[in-house]
Design a protein around this ligand. Structure first.
Ligand SMILES: [Zn+2]
Length: 68
């Protein structure tokens, strides 16, 4: 078996990769979506979020500076 990243000899400790570096490279591919994952076409472009309503809760200043 050879490393899927660089095609070198697989190291038992990092199977199926040859080194931690290649294992990390593979993981990074997954995290960044370089690999095509069927059925995972999520587009997080919700315009409702950009509108930032409900932001009115910091109107009053409740400073506890009153004397007893
Ligand atoms: Zn490798």
């Amino acid at each position: 078996m050879s490393c899927p990243i660089c095609k070198r000899k697989t190291d038992a400790e990092y199977r199926p990769f040859c080194s931690k570096r290649c294992a990390d490279v593979d993981l990074a591919h997954w995290l960044t979506g370089s690999y095509a994952i069927p059925g995972d076409v999520a587009e997080d472009d919700d315009p409702a979020i950009a509108e930032d309503r409900g932001r009115e809760s910091l109107g009053r200043e409740s400073g506890g500076r009153e004397p007893h």
